[in-house]
Ligand binder design. Structure first.
Ligand SMILES: Nc1ncnc2c1ncn2[C@@H]1O[C@H](COP(=O)(O)OP(=O)(O)OP(=O)(O)O)[C@@H](O)[C@H]1O
Ligand SMILES: [Mg+2]
Length: 342
């Protein structure tokens, strides 16, 4: 870690924060976010997410450890870092007694956006975030989703290379979340922005982030692409249901290369395999060769909730009232809106 860290990257080395000499909020976290990447920092309440974001964004001095952001040492040049990044805080920061437009003009002034560019940037962002019609209304009259989009706009008014989002979709409904993510992903595509996002919505991170780190009690317990983390659980579950019960089916399918384990269960056969999607055709072919008629075959990928359980021994509590179905609908909607451009 040091001067050679590339523009747009975020590199943390053994970052540690102990509050008041006793609360060990962050206990030596290390990771490297690549330029242009959407990186998720996931963990339950109190895990140390906000503390980490605060240290990376030069708002809080680490007790020990180092970090560079956009190739700049955060400890040595905090002001340079602050100018180059955008931050959307967990707590709402929009001034309710200013209009949406005034909030953005204020942000532009704080970030020293050249005066002759302020008007066009603010207008462009208001339009972009679909708050153009409400631009001259006080921000306190905005819905939760509008407010978050306004705060996102304020965070990027100076076109930062690196954007930090701390629980940006907390409390938004699935439509509000889908809307927010659509803008984030579009913006990062256009500006090659690096996005560091914390969340405790695991399904959301699974759909939106290229790589994630799972943090618990101030320590990273697992990191990788969502797919890799789920693969570490031992793979996908493929369930094969024969037309007529077949006691030797598990034995037969255990022979298919790539199948890690096969067990008979309720008249079906449950297979654990590393790459279920690629293996389904092989499994079906093996059944056909053996003359076994099939009623159905289903594939289930393990979820990040199961990853969390595996690495911490605890259930990841989702308490925001958003069902798994709602989250799936939301992730699907954003992917559709982006039309496979990611
Ligand atoms: N200013 C502070 N003084 C003392 N302890 C603090 C302070 N800020 C945070 N903590 C403690 O540090 C730990 C990590 O807090 P942090 O806010 O970083 O967690 P988080 O992962 O962001 O949680 P949440 O999901 O609730 O936002 C918690 O135990 C918290 O109580
Ligand atoms: Mg937090």
């Amino acid at each position: 870690m040091g001067a050679k860290d590339p523009a747009g990257s975020i590199v943390a080395g053994e970052l540690t924060k102990t509050y008041n000499g006793t609360v060990r909020a962050v206990r030596g976290v290390s990771f490297a976010v690549r330029p242009g990447e959407v990186y998720g920092f996931l963990g339950p309440n109190g895990a140390g997410k906000t503390t980490t974001v605060s240290m990376l964004s030069a708002g809080l001095r680490p007790t020990s450890g180092r970090a560079t952001v956009d190739g700049v040492d955060v400890g040595a040049e905090p002001d340079t870092v602050k100018r180059r990044i955008g931050v959307v805080f967990q707590e709402s920061t929009a001034d309710g007694d200013l209009t949406g437009r005034e909030n953005l003009e204020l942000a532009a002034a704080l970030y020293s956006v050249p005066r002759n560019e302020v008007r066009s940037r603010v207008d462009g962002l208001l339009e972009r975030m679909q708050i153009g019609d409400a631009a001259d209304r006080l921000a306190k009259t905005y819905s939760g989703g509008m407010r978050r989009r306004l705060e996102l706009a304020a965070g990027i008014v100076h076109s930062p290379r690196v954007l930090f989002l701390d629980e940006p979709t907390l409390g938004l409904d699935p439509q509000g979340r889908a809307g927010f993510w659509k803008y984030v992903l579009e913006l990062r595509q256009e500006h090659q922005m690096t996005v560091f996002v914390t969340t405790h919505y695991l399904e959301e991170a699974d759909g939106m982030c290229e790589r994630v780190a799972i943090i618990d009690h101030g320590t990273i317990v697992a990191a990788g692409t969502p797919g890799e983390l789920k693969d570490r659980l031992g793979g996908d579950i493929v369930t094969v249901r024969p037309s007529v019960p077949n006691p030797s089916l598990a034995e037969l399918l255990a022979q298919v290369p790539g199948v890690v384990a096969a067990v008979a269960q309720d008249g079906s056969c449950r297979l654990k395999c590393t790459n279920g999607e690629a293996l389904v055709p092989e499994i079906v072919a093996a059944c056909v060769r053996a003359g076994v008629g099939l009623q159905g075959v289903s594939l289930k990928r393990p979820s990040l909730d199961e990853v969390f359980l595996e690495f911490t021994g605890r259930e990841f509590r989702e308490d925001e009232g958003l069902s798994a179905t709602d989250r799936a609908v939301m992730v699907g909607r954003v992917r559709q809106q982006l039309g496979g451009r990611r």
